[in-house]
Write a protein that binds this ligand. Sequence first.
Ligand SMILES: Nc1ncnc2c1ncn2[C@@H]1O[C@H](COP(=O)(O)OP(=O)(O)OP(=O)(O)O)[C@@H](O)[C@H]1O
Ligand SMILES: [Mg+2]
Length: 344
Amino acid sequence: MYFETEPKSRKEDFFNYDYEYNQVKKALQRKEKIIAVVGVRRVGKTSLLNMIYNETKDLKLWLDGRIVDDPKQEVFAAIYEAAKARKPKIFGKIESLNISAFGLGFDVKLGGESRAEIERKIGNAGRICVFIDEAQRMKVKDLGDVLSYFYDRFPQLSFLISGSEIGMVEEILGESDSEHPLYGREIVKVVMNRLDRNGAMEYLKRGFGQLGMEVSDEEIMNAIGELDGLIGWLTLYGYERGVKKSKDALEKTSKSAARIAATELVHFLQGVKNRRLYLSIMKNAAGRNWEELRTYVGKEMGKPLNPNLFNYALGRLVDYSFVEKRDQKYHLSDPLLAKAVFLV
Ligand SMILES: Nc1ncnc2c1ncn2[C@@H]1O[C@H](COP(=O)(O)OP(=O)(O)OP(=O)(O)O)[C@@H](O)[C@H]1O
Ligand SMILES: [Mg+2]
């Protein structure tokens, strides 16, 4: 059923995204060493990884980046555990909307064996697929080191990593940084995008169809107008409207989605110096080009803006996928962010 709010783990509950799914499957068949699934939050990354995890016949392990304190120790130890046991292992809980597993850590230790002995065991275990969800929550620099170490020494390992903030994933993968440990190594990047209007329409119709409900096109269009094509929000709406049968399903969904979006924004703003500037860019990113946007933001800030400073802030908002550039114009990547800006 489509309108369940947990990440999906079966192909029949997972709508579309065949292209992305096949890209990952083929990359695994080719035994690519690093496959990265990237996309904005709630687009379906965990669901895609879940399904592929379930279908993978090789020795495999699942790591939730939110509970890894020290990637250098823990990722290594987790792989060693799986290699020793020759059995699949899951570290961390596969997330659902309100569960937070921050900082729990997990208890795997590298007994008394020497590094050489451990490496020999990992090397002898054959092919291992390591799934890392929420990779950007780990210490990204350390994770980059770990990945490059395994990349060079254990060609039979594949890492499938996913992360929500595109900028962070680029930090892990080091795409444009020649000093980065992974620089120059082959990485397969699979980008998940939101559904277009037709896709969103089809998704909602089929989802309501599974529940034996008929919902008017007008109502569905209205919901898509408000929520856009992010499958996570559409699922939440379908759940409210179709399963819980709430009267004001759309309003409820858009409120809780805005709250979730606001939480992410708060997290991001904690790391910036000029919070007002960032918020002003977001408030004004309504289909304007660079120059127009700078003028509007300058007016709101009450002073002309240094172009470099403005450009840097705008670039970071794009990197972290709060803002998108389409046809030379800047837009919020998710219409709910317009509400979120006023909640932070
Ligand atoms: N292709 C799909 N078909 C049906 N439902 C989906 C699909 N992709 C995602 N969903 C639903 O959308 C919501 C978000 O999915 P998921 O948790 O996989 O996204 P995510 O990108 O990992 O999000 P986050 O960045 O918050 O971790 C869930 O309710 C999930 O059930
Ligand atoms: Mg996820």
